[in-house]
Structure formats: C-alpha cells, structure tokens
Design a binder for this molecule. Sequence first.
Ligand code: ATP
Ligand code: MG
Ligand code: MG
Ligand code: MG
Length: 475
Amino acid sequence: MESAEIRRRWLSFFEERGHAVVPSASLIADDPTLLLVPAGMVPFKPYFLGQATPPYPRAVSVQKCVRTPDIEEVGKTTRHGTFFQMCGNFSFGDYFKERAITLAWELMTTSQDEGGYGLDPERLWVTVYEEDDEAYRIWTETVGVPAERVQRLGKGPNFWDMGVPGPCGPCSEINYDRGPAFGPEGGPEVNDERYVELWNLVFMQYERGPGQGKDYPIVGDLPARNIDTGLGLERLAMVLQDVHNMFETDTLRVVIDKAAALTDVSYGAADESDVSLRVVADHMRTSVMLIGDGVTPGNEGRGYVLRRIMRRAIRNMRLLGASGPVVGELVDTVIGIMGEQYPELVTDRGRIESVALAEEAAFLKTLRAGTNILDTAVSETKAAGGSVLPGEQAFLLHDTWGFPIDLTLEMAAEQGLSVDESGFRRLMKEQRERAKADARAKKQGHADLTAYREFADAAGPSEFIGYTSTTGEST
Ligand code: ATP
Ligand code: MG
Ligand code: MG
Ligand code: MG
C-alpha cells in the first residue's frame, strides 16, 4: 500500500467516525516552549490544557513532525527519521480508553479490501502501563488479544506527561512483529527493532504536580479526559510495503536512489554507505520540509537545526564520493515525492532551491578551509602521542571556520581521536562572557551561540557522540 493511500485511509476512517479533519500545522510550532513540532498533538495543546475550547469534540490529522533528538539514530535503526508524519486521532473530553483502543484495533486489522490496513492480528503485540489494569482488561477481554502478547511496561515508555504540571496519563502502544530476521523473540519489551512500535495511544486522565523527570505526584483526576494518539506513517508504510527500514518505503527510496546515482554507489553494497544514503535521504527531506515552512539556515534556533541537518546530508554525500554540488538535484527529487501531499513545495520551488543552494555553497567553502585545519590538528595530536583533540582546536574550528562541534567530533572520530568537549565548552562559555562584556565584540559579528546551547542542552551532551539516545519524546 502506497504512503498516499495509507494517509487517505487514515483520514477517511476517522472522518467517517465523526472526527473533524484538520490539516497539518506548520513545522514552526506556534508555541514558545518548542522550536519545532515533534508530535501530532502540539497544535491541539490549548484544548488539552483547557486554555481554549475545541471547535470539535474529535479530530484527525496527519502532522509533519521533526525530532532532532533522534538524529543519531537515523539510518542506523530501521525506524527513526528526523522528519516523519504522525497520523493522529484526538478526543477532547469525548470518547476515552475503550473507544480509542477498539478504533485502533479495527483500523489495523480490518482487511485492505474493506478499507483497513489488514495487519495480521497474530503479529500485533501491545504494551500497557504496568498499573493500567483498565487498558489491560480492554485489550485482553474486549478486544481479545492473547495475554502473552500484552506486556506491562513502566513509566519510562508508557506514562505520558508534558514535563510540567498539567495533564498526564498512561499510554498503550501497538507494535508489529517483523519476524526472526529482525532478532530474537520476546516482545517489544526486549526487542524494539523486531517488534516495531507503530502506534502510541495516550490516555490523558490525571493531573500531575511538580517534579523532575517521571518523579512527580498525581494530584487528581482531570475534569475532562482526553485521547491523543500517534501512528508513524513511514513506519506503517515500512510494514505494509514489507521493506527493511522506513527509508526504503515508496517515497524516501526515490531519494536514496537519486543519492546513489549522484555518487555512483549502489544501495545495498556496504553497511557504511547504506547508512550514509539513508541519512542523506532523511536529512534532505527534512531540510526541504523545514525550508518549505519558512526556516532559513542560520546560527540560532530553528535556523541552526536546519543548518546542522543540511550540512550532515552534504557531508554524507561527500563521504559517498560526491565532489561537486549535489543539493539542487536532491531538493528536486524531494519536491517530486512530497509535492503531491504538500503542493506548496511545488509552488515555492524557486525559493526553496535558492535557500538550499546558498547553504550548500557556504558549507563547501567552510569544509575546504576547515578540513585542512582539522587534519593538521589531528596529525599534531597524533605525533605528540595523544588521542584527544584539544578543546582549543575544536573552538578555533567553530569560531573561525564555522564547524559545528558535532562535525568536529565525527571527523576526529574517523581518524581515531576523541575531542576534549569540556575544554571546548569552557572556551565557548568564556567567549560568551567576553561578548557580553564587550558590546563592540558583538557588533563585529561573533556567532550567536544561543542556538547551539539550546540544541545541545535539549539533546544532552552525549547526543553528538553516542548512538544510544534514550531521549523519550512521547506523543
Ligand atoms: P520509539 O520508541 O520507536 O522511539 P516513540 O515512543 O519515541 O518511538 P512516540 O513519541 O510514541 O514515539 O510517537 C508516536 C509514533 O510516532 C510512534 O509510535 C512512531 O510510530 C512514530 N515515530 C516516533 N518517532 C519517530 C521517528 N523518529 N521517525 C519515524 N517515526 C517516528
Ligand atoms: Mg517508544
Ligand atoms: Mg511511543
Ligand atoms: Mg523515540
């Protein structure tokens, strides 16, 4: 089933059941606490928080999402992109747990001839929050999922909140068993690549008090209980199209093929180049979607997110062997696959291309200069018997050559060196303090580092080097 058909069925299934169809909001969140929209519920937040009265009791959408904390997973796991589309159905004080669960089950398991997705019920595994007996009972008794395929999990994966006092509640996730080719059995609790999470149902029913992480008291029941769900369109496409990972689904695969053609590398030839091709496909799509929504590359905020993602794509193209400009053709390919769902990309093609091409030109210039400096620093470090690139060098590369720290980390790692990150951060901090004290320095154009800080803080210091992101960003 094509991605476009998955979307059509999603919207019509819920529309036929009384949900208002709401178009995707822009990726630029209308919310001061967020840089970009990471989940389908964001545009409905005021309704969930009781700050505005919803004009409808039920809604359905397919929302554009960007999750930068997942960046290191991209291309390595089968299921994490920086951009993806979250199919969601929402109830504002209307139906609750039982209806949300039975609707989800109906859509997943109804045959494709009858308008559903036709998934084999025996391959579906469910998780519930360990104390949510009500959800457990609905799954096992009302729906009839055998108890051995319903797992009770803790708060980490299965209890939702917004990080601040307000609504919270248990979740229940629907996972699909992709079979032994994806690893050992045991359910989603032990193997999240084989038992891939498709759909998260959030049952907002409690009010939480203050606290850190998941450590907070429940202070009462919400006056109106809400439903917020999120199903990854690309993940469902991966399952329904029976491909290995989300980048091989009908739309993204076209970008992989384009990147392969531009670099003369064939997809499937080697693990390392396959990861790069998937990163390129993902990151170029994310870049186009961000530029389409009005983000321009820069050194702060969303602009920095875009810059970092686009530069990673370009760098991976170079690792694959590209030497000249590649962005123009990749942007065109992305507009080709996404333009049907998002026609504004087609109308805006000229602007999107020129923003992307300008960023490519700027980065290629930076890379040429910075790479020489980095190579020299690496040889000097090695010659002195060291294995850690000094923080001063990372700082110089950032300050003078515009090298994002993660680029330095990656390029140093390729040559077997780590980087003194805390030294780098100390110098950055000193520079910020100097800049503050010296208005003249500011006017001369010191880079605004706020964005990088925000980015790094949000993702945690290990985000750039670790492949084990545990950032649990729930629907
Ligand atoms: P995972 O545990 O696999 O990282 P999640 O629990 O972080 O997923 P949710 O926050 O529950 O995901 O989001 C709802 C749905 O959105 C998920 O069930 C999944 O189908 C989809 N989704 C989440 N993150 C991504 C991503 N980075 N790329 C593609 N789809 C995603
Ligand atoms: Mg999860
Ligand atoms: Mg989830
Ligand atoms: Mg996640």
